[in-house]
Design a protein around this ligand. Structure first.
Ligand code: NAP
Length: 252
């Protein structure tokens, strides 16, 4: 009988870093559930890539900021693929960039609702559902933070940097809380990575290229480079690693 492939649920898997994690996970032997908020067509493309790599794959629509949606996303993923063994807490936004003094309450609230509350709902649901297996440590949660948490993102989006500071604390606390249950919890902190998040935050098309000289490696990161770190933390190669936070930022 064929052994069951581990199942990973990736929030915000329709585009960018989440999509790259989904595709690499499919190639590395996982079945994949991705979630998305509005871009069904982009999610379908990721599903096709995952399936052509041999994975079972489903896409579930929902807003991670809404507690009931998160519960339903897990229900739908489990109904389609069976018990979830890994969760990548990835969905996130920055909001329109600018100085804090000129930023609307709506922009700040949306970011905190999605990046902090959303990540908490997802982490809590993962803690409730990942099978406990003390002494085994093959179940994992990977939170996607950002180097913004330590840089602070002045003049761009300090509220976003603060939301990622919350992810760093969440990672430390959950790692300690879930270690006795055999669940490892880690974070990956990308630096500037080529995705649509940047165009959505600013009308300034040349921004990434202008900021490139601030990166010691002098180039923007690729989504696949972030995905490699996530897949490492999910794998048995990281069996004694919990509470870690790996920057994937070209030295920034
Ligand atoms: P992206 O390309 O804009 O993709 C964002 C993904 O999140 C999409 O799949 C989107 O779904 C989903 N999403 C957004 N809001 C959601 C919500 N309320 N509920 C459910 N899904 C939602 O972003 P990215 O650059 O890949 O970013 C992914 C993560 O990496 C974020 O946590 C971000 O903060 C972090 N990060 C990114 C960078 C970077 O330079 N790109 C650097 C550091 C950290 P739809 O397709 O349906 O909109």
């Amino acid at each position: 009988m064929q052994s069951r492939r581990p199942v990973v649920l990736i929030t915000g898997g329709s585009r960018g870093i989440g999509a790259a994690v989904a595709q690499l996970a499919a190639e590395r032997g996982y079945d994949v559930a991705i979630t998305y908020r509005s871009e069904r067509e982009a999610a379908e493309q990721v599903l096709a890539a995952c399936r052509s790599a041999g994975a079972r794959a489903v896409a579930c629509q929902g807003d991670v900021a809404v507690e009931a949606d998160v519960v339903r996303l897990f229900d739908e993923a489990e109904a389609a693929l069976g018990p979830i063994s890994h969760v990548v807490n990835n969905a996130g936004i920055t909001g329109k960039s600018g100085k804090l003094a000129q930023t609307s309450a709506e922009t700040i609230r949306d970011c905190i609702d999605i990046n902090v509350l959303g990540a908490l709902w997802v982490a809590r649901e993962a803690a409730r559902r990942l099978p406990q297996s003390p002494g085994d440590s093959t179940r994992t949660i990977v939170n996607i933070s950002s180097v913004a948490a330590s840089l602070g993102s002045p003049n761009e989006y300090v509220w976003y940097a603060a939301s990622k500071g919350a992810i760093d604390s969440l990672t430390i606390g959950m790692a300690k809380e879930l270690a006795p249950e055999g669940i490892r919890v880690n974070a990956v902190s990308p630096g500037m990575t080529k995705t649509e998040i940047h165009e959505r935050s600013t009308q300034d098309a040349g921004r990434l290229e202008r900021l490139r000289p601030n990166i010691p490696m002098n180039r923007i990161g690729e989504t696949g480079e972030v995905a490699e770190a996530v897949l490492f933390l999910m794998s048995d190669a990281a069996s004694y690693i919990t509470g870690a936070n790996i920057p994937v930022s070209g030295g920034r």
